[in-house]
Design a protein around this ligand. Structure first.
Ligand code: COA
Length: 366
């Protein structure tokens, strides 16, 4: 029961993870979705529970595009956040501030806020990052059709290759939704108190920030950057395992044999490392994967090969987990909607293990 492992905490029709399902969003295999869709189709699917037709997708993309710009007061807040801040804290603050100036209401409802956040997250992140590191105030908009391309365009201030845009798109699809993971469950718990949408998202960002959850992709990058050849990689991991250190990007609470998303992102990592002239980065990663399986029967989760994939797109490591937010906002939103549709306060109970029936000692006698 430690960490609620194996405890079924509720029902959902949004995604199924593990067992015969592997991983399905609203009944669709992530393999089909990652191969054939753009991220916006997945966002639409999770929010509407059905895939969009061409007209619906076109309208949805336009709606998101029209929500990219940041209001001046929010830019001013971002400009005051120092470059030493953690980008996840910046996103949390950005969402929280937006919640004060674009309040949830009947006209600005949960669906509107989701579209707003989906549209605005790339600028929220990159506006701050660029200002903090260079002092420049970038435009928050671009001609890019998709969120994947828009993010890369803002970050690099130029168009990215089709290959990188496609890889980013796939990554956003794979990160979009994952049942009752810690951040989603946090969002549902906050929602269950009848709190507002922004509070649920801020809480979810806080949960995702930790290295046992979303933060693992940054920790994985730090790990694979320590060595530049397979021999050193082997020695490093064996040493870490002998010291009982965690290898970030490995293991999973729900999956026992493999993370189904790994096979997709691994292919992209291989392609980007090879075509980008850094095959050693992929070789080091694969060596670590092999040793982890041989020594511990542990497999890479989505975060492990995401690290090298993002690195090859020249995304700074501190922005890895925020990309997860740009994607997972869709899953969080779908779960907030679902929780609200049939709400019941989430309030489990605990087995008390502390002292009992102590004699009370008055303050002056202690
Ligand atoms: C994801 C994670 C939290 C799941 O943990 P869990 O279901 O609670 O499993 P446990 O932590 O109980 O691990 C079981 C055993 O495997 C070991 N283990 C699990 N993940 C490990 C890892 N990444 N590196 C080294 N050992 C690991 C544990 O130390 C433990 O060993 P023990 O039985 O000798 O004590 C865990 O695998 C982990 O910490 N992974 C690294 C962080 C990460 O990648 N997070 C992203 C998840 S998508």
């Amino acid at each position: 029961m430690s960490g609620l492992a194996g405890i079924v905490a509720g029902e959902t029709s949004i995604s199924a993870a593990g067992g015969a399902h592997n991983l399905e969003y609203c009944g669709y295999s992530i393999y089909d979705l990652a191969e054939h869709c753009i991220f916006e189709e997945i966002a639409y699917l999770l929010l509407h529970k059905s895939l969009p037709n061409k007209t619906q997708l076109g309208e949805f993309c336009e709606e998101l595009k029209s929500r990219r710009d940041l209001p001046v007061p929010l830019r001013e807040v971002l400009e005051r956040i120092p470059k030493t801040a953690h980008p996840m804290d910046v996103l949390r603050t950005g969402v929280s501030f937006l919640g004060n100036i674009e309040l949830e209401s009947e006209t600005h409802d949960q669906y509107e806020i989701t579209k707003r956040l989906l549209g605005a997250f790339p600028a929220l992140l990159v506006y701050w990052w660029t200002h903090a590191h260079t002092g420049k105030k970038i435009s928050c908009e671009s001609d890019s059709e998709t969120i994947a391309e828009h993010f890369l365009t803002l970050l690099h201030q130029q168009k990215s290759s089709d290959l990188h845009v496609k890889a980013m798109n796939v990554s956003l699809i794979l990160y979009a939704e994952h049942e009752f993971n810690a951040s989603t469950f946090t969002a549902r718990t906050i929602t269950s108190t009848l709190s507002d949408f922004y509070s649920a998202v801020c809480g979810a960002i806080g949960a995702l920030r930790g290295p046992l959850h979303g933060g693992a992709n940054e920790a994985a990058m730090e790990l694979i950057s320590r060595v530049d050849n397979v021999d050193d990689a082997r020695d490093m991991v064996k040493g870490m395992l002998s010291r009982k250190e965690l290898i970030m990007g490995f293991g999973h609470r729900v999956y026992t044999e493999a993370d189904p998303r790994n096979r997709v992102i691994k292919e992209w990592s291989k392609r980007l490392c090879t075509e980008g002239g850094k095959p050693a980065l992929y070789d080091v990663s694969e060596t670590i994967e092999n040793i982890m399986w041989e020594e511990k029967k542990l497999f890479p989760n989505l975060d492990f090969y995401s690290a090298s994939t993002y690195h090859m797109m020249e995304v700074p490591t501190p922005l890895f987990t925020p990309i997860f937010v740009m994607s997972r906002i869709t899953g969080w939103a779908a779960h907030i909607f679902e929780q609200r549709e049939n709400n019941k306060l989430i309030r489990p109970s605990a087995i008390y293990t502390g002292p009992e029936k102590l004699d009370f000692i008055r303050l002056e006698d202690r």
